[in-house]
Design a protein around this ligand. Structure first.
Ligand code: NAI
Length: 456
């Protein structure tokens, strides 16, 4: 049998592409070596959010007095949190599997390796079997980066050093958690374990946390977390890990921080090895598969979507890339646009952004206007965030006369950042936004306020 499409990897990109292609009538084979749903569903986005919700409830209970509520005897049962996380993951996994089945997708459990191509199509081996497909979608995702730090390999082997996978299955909350890397994973996991009771330290090599996010907002986030007791060491280079903790250097000075567990969260690398890309000469660059804006690789009928193309390692980007790939396979014109990809760090408070930051736009030499609105402008924010220091920032390109970026620190940002995404993606004018009715009272009213405050 010749499949219309063979998909390698059942994460967000692979599963959604399979569903869409199956729905459109293609005969689809999906190969997954671990669990369907991939990192996002099993050891990333979803499990993390269940943990963070428990932490948020705990934080809220601890600060309930500020809201006129007396609470006593609050504690966290970490094992129950993990049990609930596993239940949420199981429920969603069942859902994904049934969606695949409903769309006629054949799911094969195993490690798929591309063997080559003949007149019938691409040959992919799984276990002892070889399958043939007219098209391929490579959606093999990414794995944690493991830098050459002395003692790191041994720490990973002994279980003292954890990645995003193992930390989500810890039975107990460590006394001391040291997080290497103050990016998305590091901040989210530090957020949970700090709330759950670990003495938490973040070691970051740059002079700021939160990657490319607006630095003014990441500084405010850092302040919030310092208030909660997290220690930050910025501009710090990890020099070694031993069974007692982590050694690092800051301004040439050697330091040590004790750790029961260490989380390694210094970025991820696309999974391009061991899948037979060389057998059909798929081009890679900087360790990622090269794709065009139709998500096609250099080889006709071979597409790549999700983390493996190394563009944006975000599940929501993977979903859209998967749709673009399938639409092009079906002969429907569709191109990927990366101008308005929202990004969220689900800390408490949340940090969300889309499009350009102020610093990014200035670096590109753009003539911009920036407006900053304290979240406290919103009645709802004020009512629900006693002492909150949230900020909303809008970046406007004077030349194009359009909004090109937005960043928000404060809860509900994750839910309303998409409104800014639509404004950017659709090129809405300031007049369009001014004439739009926003629900009151909501935190997203800061968007409208920012537009009215733009002095141009
Ligand atoms: P990241 O790229 O977000 O952050 C890594 C951090 O580690 C950076 O700040 C970097 O400067 C620092 N770093 C690198 N080497 C270091 C070293 N030797 N010592 C100290 N610091 C070092 O990567 P992260 O957090 O591992 O996340 C991986 C991917 O997963 C990201 O691409 C992210 O987008 C995705 N993700 C997204 C989430 C979300 O959307 N909420 C949640 C979790 C992960």
């Amino acid at each position: 049998m010749v499949y219309d499409l063979i998909v390698l990897g059942g994460g967000p990109a692979g599963c959604l592409a399979s569903e869409r292609a199956g729905h459109a009538g293609l005969k689809v084979l999906l190969i997954e070596k671990s669990n369907v749903g991939g990192v996002c569903l099993n050891e990333g986005c979803i499990p993390t959010k269940t943990l963070l919700y428990s932490a948020k409830l705990l934080d809220n209970a601890k600060s309930a007095e500020k809201y006129g509520i007396t609470v006593s005897g609050i504690s966290i049962d970490h094992r129950k949190v993990i049990e609930r996380k596993n239940k949420v993951v199981r429920t969603l996994t069942v859902g994904v599997k049934s969606a695949l089945k409903a769309n006629g997708v054949t799911l094969v459990d195993g490690n798929g390796v591309i063997q080559g191509k003949d007149q019938d199509g691409f040959k992919v081996s799984v276990n002892e079997e070889t399958y043939t497909g007219k098209r391929l979608l490579i959606a093999t995702g990414s794995s944690p980066s493991v830098p050459p730090i002395p003692g790191l390999k041994e720490g990973l082997e002994s279980g003292m050093v954890l990645t995003n996978r193992e930390i989500l299955n810890l039975n107990d909350v460590p006394e001391e958690l040291v997080v290497i890397g103050g990016g998305v994973i590091g901040l989210e996991m530090a957020s949970y374990f700090n709330s759950a009771g670990s003495k938490t330290t973040i070691i970051e090599m740059l002079d700021h946390i939160g990657g490319d996010n607006d630095s003014e907002l990441t500084k405010l986030l850092q302040k919030e977390y310092e208030k909660k007791g997290i220690n930050f060491h910025l501009n710090s280079r990890v020099t070694g890990i031993d069974t007692n903790g982590v050694h690092f250097e800051i301004n040439g000075e050697s330091k040590f921080v004790p750790a029961e567990k260490v989380l390694l969260s210094v970025g991820r690398r696309p999974n391009i090895n061991g899948i037979g890309l060389e057998n059909i000469n798929v081009a890679t660059q900087n360790g990622a598969i090269v794709t065009d804006d139709r998500m096609q690789t250099n080889i006709p009928d071979v597409y790549a979507a999700g983390d493996v193309n190394g563009r944006y390692m975000l599940a929501h980007t993977a979903y859209r890339e998967a749709e673009v790939a399938v639409n092009n396979m079906l002969g429907k014109e569709d191109r990927m646009n990366y101008n308005a990809i929202p990004s969220v760090i689900y800390t408490n408070p949340e940090l969300a952004s889309v499009g350009e930051t102020e610093a990014g736009a200035l670096l590109k030499g753009m003539d911009i206007a920036v407006v900053k609105v304290p979240m406290r402008f919103s009645g709802r924010y004020l009512a629900e965030n006693e002492g909150g220091n949230g900020v909303f920032k809008l970046v406007f390109d004077k030349k194009q006369g359009k909004v090109i970026g937005a960043s928000a620190l404060g809860n509900y940002s994750s839910e309303f950042i998409i409104a800014c995404g639509i404004i950017i993606e659709k090129g809405l004018t300031l007049e369009d936004i001014k004439k739009t009715v926003f629900p009151h009272p909501t935190v997203c009213e800061v968007i409208r306020e920012a537009v009215f405050q733009l002095n141009i």
